[in-house]
Design a protein around this ligand. Structure first.
Ligand code: BTN
Length: 319
């Protein structure tokens, strides 16, 4: 019932809604409406109560419980949105919720054990970046679900462009960079049962408003605000991403491959056309990146022979 009230408030953020209309719509007493509103306020939702006018959910353009619940609800593919002040990792949290939710958006203001690829730590300082995960249950074979990383990367590339006019590049397969410095990383984790895909968690970290980075990251990472010279709204990036992702995801579920965006992925790639190192265990192999194909593989030329790379690490040798 509490969630029903929240949903109605989300639909009426431009206007007040009276306790009486809420009670009528939900078939409960005004007393119960008041009880649920009080519970929602306790949970951190900012709800204004005006005598005679009724209730109104306050949105202040920042990331908080109300805005996250609202943008998830506005999408057609997320059951709900959860905002957390602090968590170890939104990916881990989203995975744990999979028994209770079909799909989910989890956003944290801070992660204290943010996870990167290859067991690395992802620095996620409080209030400075966008740290979030999507829990999804696509009807896809697991090999295709791995391509979701690149669907998400393109959606984020477009969102950053629309909000800041910054033209980022995608460093195949899961990073977004500006002038070779990392602005965003994506970690897609799958849960499979026997051989069927149970769920996928797409975790995305965007450096939005950091003004400084620790010594070990200074040369390899940057933030949108450092590039732009002013603060950027995390909520604007997130809601833009969710809208872009929605249409790409829908297409992807129909096609089950990246054919419909393969030309965009090649155009915005920081890797395609460049000399690269393929990093395998302790070995570095010189190669030339030729193109990304519709399965999301990177075709590289190694000693005159074409090789398909599925994942793993590469670095750019020269531009
Ligand atoms: C990488 O570049 O290595 C991937 C980084 C992914 C970081 C994001 S932040 C939100 C989500 N939760 C995590 O613990 N990791 C991902």
């Amino acid at each position: 019932m509490k969630n029903n009230i929240l949903n109605i408030l989300i639909e009426h953020t431009d206007d007040y809604i009276t306790g009486e209309s809420l009670a009528k719509e939900l078939g409960i007493s005004r007393q119960s409406v008041w009880k649920y509103i009080t519970a929602l306020k306790k949970e951190g939702y900012k709800i204004e109560s005006e005598h005679r006018l009724g209730y109104r959910l306050l949105l202040n353009g920042e990331i908080d419980k109300a805005s996250i619940a609202m943008i998830a609800r506005l999408s057609n593919y997320l059951q709900t949105g959860i905002f957390l002040d602090s968590i170890d990792s939104t990916n881990r949290y989203a995975k744990l919720q999979s028994k209770d939710y079909e799909s989910l958006l989890v956003v944290a203001d801070e992660q204290i054990a943010g996870r990167g690829r290859l067991g690395r730590v992802w620095q996620s300082p409080k209030g400075e970046g966008l740290w979030f995960s999507l829990l999804l249950r696509p009807d896809l074979p697991s090999y295709a679900a791995a391509m979701l990383t690149q669907v998400a990367a393109l959606a984020m590339h477009r969102a950053i462009m629309e909000v800041t006019a910054i033209a980022t590049e995608i460093k195949w397969p899961n990073d977004i960079v500006i002038a070779d410095k990392k602005i965003c990383g994506i970690l897609t984790e799958m849960t499979t049962e026997i051989s069927a895909l149970e769920n996928v968690v797409v975790g995305i970290g965007v450096n939005v408003n950091q003004t400084d980075f620790p010594e070990d990251l200074k040369d390899i990472a940057t933030s949108l605000s450092l590039v732009l010279g002013k603060e950027v709204s995390r909520l604007a990036i997130l809601s833009n991403f969710l809208a872009n992702f929605e249409s790409l995801y829908k297409n992807f579920l129909e096609q089950q491959n990246l054919g419909f965006i393969v030309s965009a992925l090649n155009t915005v790639s920081s890797v395609v056309g460049n000399d690269i190192w393929i990093i395998e265990k302790d070995e570095k192999i010189a190669a030339k990146a030729l193109e990304i194909n519709q399965n999301g593989e990177l075709i590289a030329l190694v000693d005159g022979e074409e090789r398909k790379l599925y994942y793993g690490e590469i670095s750019i040798r020269k531009r």
